[in-house]
Every structure is written in C-alpha cells, then in structure tokens.
Design a protein around this ligand. Structure first.
Ligand SMILES: C[S@@+](CC[C@H](N)C(=O)[O-])C[C@H]1O[C@@H](n2cnc3c(N)ncnc32)[C@H](O)[C@@H]1O
Length: 335
C-alpha cells in the first residue's frame, strides 16, 4: 500500500467515524425544527415557502437569531428532511408526519418523548449498566423502571401515551383495510395499552379514563390478570420484556382466551427482525428500536425463531406471520 493510498483511506475513515460521532446531530436538528414549529408553518403554507416569509412566520425565533436559520435549513435539506428550490423550502414527504396538523397520524409526540432529557439520560449510563447488576439503565439512573418513572412524570407519560395512540391509529387503519380477516367473528377483544375494545393498562395510565360504546378501560397488570376475551391484542408490548416475562404474559393471555375452536387467538404487532429483509430503511428502524428497547426496558426485538420458542414455551401451537406493517409484522398466535 502506498503512502498516498493509506492517507486517503485514513482521511476517509476519519470522516466515517466523524459521522458516527456526530450522528446525534440529525435528530437534534429535527427536534429543534419541531420545537420552532418549522414543520407546522411549512405544512400550513402548503407550497414551497421563501426563507424570508418562513422567518417572519416563525414567531418563536428571536430576531437576533434569524441570520442563523439558513444553517439549520441547509442541514435539514442535506439530510432529506426538507426540499429546497432556490430560496424556497418545503417538507419532504416523510417530514409531513412531524407537523401537528397532519391528518390522522403524526410522529411529533414520539420525537419529543424520545428526546426528552429524562429519556436521554439513561443512554449515558449504557456502558455502566453493562458493568453493574441492575435490571435496566433506568434503574441505574433513577432507581426504578421506566413505567414507574412515568408515575412521577405525568407530562412525559401523557406525551408517551399520545405517541402510542398515534401509532395505534395508523396500525388499526392498516389492519382494518388490509387484514379484515383478523377481526372476523370476534365477539370481544382486549387491547393491552391500546385503544380498542377492553383496554388494559397500568392504573396510573388509565387514571380516570371513561369508556363509551364498545370501549372500556381497565386498570391493572397483565402479569396478574388479563380480562377474558376472544382475542388479545398485544401491540408493541412483547418487545418491552425479557423472554421470561414474555412467557409469563403469554401464559396469562392463554388463561384469558378460549380454545381455538371457540375463536381464541392472540394478535401481536411487533418486529420480526430482518423481515422484510430487502428494505434497508425498515431493517435499520428495527435495529434502532432493538437498541431503544435495550436501553429503556432491557427488552429486545426478536427473530422468527425466537418468537416461535416463546410461543412453544407458553403452550401455543401455531403462529402466522404477515409482513404488512412496515418495520413490524402482524403475528397471529393460536392455542
Ligand atoms: C410501548 S406501549 C404500547 C402501547 C400500545 N399497545 C400501542 O402500541 O399503542 C406499552 C404499554 O404497556 C403498558 N404496560 C406496562 N406494564 C404493564 C403491565 N404490567 N400491565 C399492563 N400494561 C402495562 C404501558 O403503560 C404502555 O402503555
């Protein structure tokens, strides 16, 4: 290897490691844009907006900082969050999901909760957690699990619940339009932490929520008792827990549902790692979520084989996996 080749390689490697080191900047810049209402103003405008009009509309930006806005804007353009035509900006299609008024579904609350300093802090303890014997990084920082911390932080708990409600709406729409069969012949459904049928969640999350029509709220723990139903929906639940806890949850589900001949089943919405394999954006989202679960809850995402093992251990006989929910799958499990 010649000297010039090796220095080129070294400089390339330097830039690559810089980009790992600086990778927090892209999410911080997007959070800043959301906190300044940039997606909301662009979304409301509905067509490419001149930077001077945008600056005028951004009422939170102090006049002394307006001259810094183009730096933030060009970064967001480079990273694909915004589109730019000369001095005019618009939201890239995916970024519309961060506008408050985006119809039916938005990711604003998820961004704000994940980037809340309370949720950020445990990331700084990840390596300490690997070296201690505490159950989660949240225990390492706060002495309690994330769900208990929410009890003392109602603002964070509400933002988290809003993020989950948004996600549930999107998933429910896809299921109702593209997987109608899963709701056929269902006379009752328990949705853990969700928003349809009988909703089971921890008492401090349910608080004084009142149901209406077919919607009913029950405060309690799925480790103790899950209300009886034809089917139990576990959306983004299992990846929060260790294998041992998942088997306990599955066994509780089995106690509360009838046999297969009477329509008993579980509907699980969760990741099946590397499925679908070909889409790098979806697979990247899965590994990001895997790390998120590790840090927040000492939970994890699972491969098809790992899911099968859990179902076997809990006494279920068959599972059907359908890749229809982006980075997640629909998993139907039968006793
Ligand atoms: C990641 S969220 C998913 C919520 C919902 N299924 C959705 O996808 O929108 C996990 C939920 O489980 C709830 N939870 C945690 N521990 C629980 C327990 N022991 N029993 C019942 N729910 C619990 C949390 O309060 C939270 O609402």
């Amino acid at each position: 290897m010649s000297t010039s080749e090796s220095s080129t390689e070294l400089l390339q490697a330097q830039a690559q490691i810089w980009n790992y080191i600086f990778s927090f900047i892209s999410s911080s810049a997007v959070r800043c844009a959301v906190q300044l209402d940039i997606p909301d103003v662009l979304y409301k405008h509905g067509k490419p907006m001149h930077i001077s009009d945008l600056s005028t509309e951004l009422s939170k930006v102090n006049p002394s900082k307006v001259s810094f806005l183009p730096i933030l804007m060009r970064f967001l353009v480079h990273f694909g969050f915004l589109n730019q035509q000369e001095d005019r900006y618009s939201l890239a299609p995916a970024s519309r999901l961060l506008a408050k008024n985006h119809e039916s579904f938005n990711l604003r609350s998820l961004l704000l909760v994940i980037h809340d300093p309370i949720i950020h802090k445990p990331w700084f303890e990840l390596s300490n957690w690997f070296q201690n014997d505490l159950p989660t990084t949240f225990h390492t920082v706060y002495g309690k699990p994330m769900w208990e911390l929410f009890l003392e932080e109602p603002r964070l708990c509400d933002t988290f619940s809003d993020a989950m409600a948004n996600d549930s709406r999107l998933i429910a729409n896809v299921l109702i339009t593209e997987c109608k069969h899963i709701f056929e012949n269902l006379t009752s459904l328990v949705d853990v932490g969700g928003g349809i049928g009988t909703v089971l969640d921890l008492p401090h999350v349910i608080r004084d929520l009142k149901g209406s029509g077919n919607l009913e709220f029950v405060g309690g723990s799925m480790f103790e008792k899950i209300p009886n139903a034809n089917a139990i929906l576990l959306e983004w639940i299992m990846h929060d827990w260790s294998d041992e806890d998942c088997v306990k949850i599955l066994k509780k589900c089995k106690e509360s549902t009838p046999g297969r001949d009477k329509g008993g089943k579980l509907i699980i919405i969760d990741t099946v790692l590397e499925s679908p394999k070909h889409d790098t954006e979806l697979v990247r989202a899965q590994y990001n979520m895997d790390m998120m679960m590790l840090v927040c809850l000492a939970g994890k995402e699972r491969t098809k084989k790992e899911w099968g093992k859990l179902f076997n251990e809990a006494g279920f006989n068959e599972c059907r996996i359908t890749s229809i929910l982006g980075s997640r799958c629909l998993i139907e499990v039968y006793p």
